[in-house]
Design a protein around this ligand. Structure first.
Ligand code: NAD
Ligand code: TYD
Length: 348
């Protein structure tokens, strides 16, 4: 039985990846390593927690001794590394936390894999999951390709860029068999309500204002999280060593247009009069260093591995809203306690 380590599997994207791998690959034993920070939640993977091919391990990737021991005990065949500090606004307030987890944590995993595998790389693979934000900001035209130079603007994207560089360096220097993907903005179920879409869904439900940064004319390329999990599955199994693949939705939306669509759909689903949620839109102070536009060219993964998004944005957004409306307990649990302090500090 192959032993696969997935880091960050109690978070948003990680929980979808863990669920997919546990259910689809009974021949793998999946070890989910997660520190359970504010963003990690065992409720996200409750449905698979008793599967015989699944083990949860609570632990911090920044803890070098712990990571080395974990690798020597289990001798993993593959690593899918998703654990990260992931929110740009938090990175502006506490950049060092991002260096610790995203850079040092990734280094610890790279070293542990390299030392454990000792150059005997047959059947081994280190998969680093990253973001399109490492490429910086686009103007009105163009798309990020795999050869776009890195130009990160936020402490979050700088820390992810740094970790990407280390992964590549371990490939070049030690021949570590890695694959790397840079994906655009995800949305879907189990998304922590600090990011735009789940935050605004939660605020609309609770009749709270919708804080649009700046003039709202910032553009993101949105991808349904299960399509990202499918791409990760494909790259892990079929991607070429030492290659990078961009993953995106071919689905660009200006924030303000997305927010208007969300308001319209929420009014319909909640049985409110048309225009009710729209009145909650409030323009607030802009995010410092706010990247104007992200958009991914996914041609390489499409041509070489045959991946493309499976749902339209309207379908995906509809499913996402339905999930939040029928999981009010999950939403209430994650927005109690420390979330309230975060919200006050960020938006007051
Ligand atoms: P998330 O914040 O929802 O989850 C991160 C998970 O990592 C949490 O479960 C958390 O507990 C865990 N974690 C954090 N620090 C840890 C540590 N020191 N040790 C062990 N576990 C720790 O993040 P996400 O949105 O699911 O993103 C997952 C990965 O995908 C990240 O690497 C992120 O950079 C990347 N990514 C995210 C998006 C997006 O739109 N969310 C897009 C592209 C790439
Ligand atoms: P976010 O979900 O934080 O993702 P990222 O910054 O990683 O792209 O934000 C998506 C866009 O929405 C981004 O342009 C910032 C904007 N935004 C707001 O206008 N208001 C908010 O309260 C948040 C969280 C984001």
């Amino acid at each position: 039985m192959k032993k696969i380590l997935i880091t960050g599997g109690a978070g948003f994207i990680g929980s979808h990846v863990v669920r997919r791998f546990v259910n689809k690959y009974p021949e793998y034993h999946i070890f989910n390593l997660d520190a359970l920070t504010y963003a990690g939640n065992l409720e996200n993977i409750k449905d698979i927690e008793h599967n015989p091919n699944y083990t949860f391990i609570k632990g911090d990737i920044v803890d070098e001794t712990f990571i080395n021991k974990l690798f020597s005990v289990h001798n993993f065949d593959g690593v899918l590394h998703l654990a990260a500090e992931s929110h740009v606004d938090r990175s502006i307030k506490d950049p060092l936390a991002f260096v610790k987890t995203n850079v040092i944590g990734t280094m610890n995993l790279l070293n542990a894999a390299k030392n454990q595998w000792m150059g005997n790389y047959e059947g081994k693979r280190f998969y680093h999951i990253s973001t399109d934000e490492v490429y910086g900001s686009l103007g009105a035209e163009g798309l990020f390709t795999e050869t776009t130079p890195y130009d990160p603007n936020s402490p979050y994207s700088a820390s992810k860029a740094s970790s990407d560089h280390f992964v590549r360096a371990y490939g070049a220097t030690y021949d570590l068999p890695y694959v790397l993907t840079n994906c655009s903005n995800n949305y879907g179920s189990y998304h922590f309500p600090e990011k735009l879409i789940p935050l605004f869904i939660n605020n609309i439900i609770n009749n709270k204002s919708l804080p649009v940064y700046g003039d709202g004319n910032y553009t993101r390329d949105w991808l349904y999280v299960e399509d990202h999990a499918a791409a990760i599955d494909l790259v892990f199994h079929k991607g070429k060593n030492h290659e990078t693949y961009n993953i995106g939705g071919f689905n660009e939306w200006k924030n303000i247009d997305l927010v208007k669509l969300l308001c319209q759909l929420m009014d319909q689903k909640l049985g409110r009069n048309e225009g009710t949620s729209h009145q909650l839109i409030t323009y607030v102070k802009d995010r410092p260093g706010h990247d104007l536009r992200y958009a991914i060219d996914s041609t390489k993964i499409n041509k070489e591995l045959g991946w493309k998004p499976s749902v339209t944005f309207e379908e995906g957004l509809g499913k996402t809203i339905d999930w939040y409306l029928s999981n009010s307990e999950w939403l209430q649990n994650v927005t109690s306690g420390t979330y309230k302090d975060y919200y006050k500090k960020q938006y007051s």
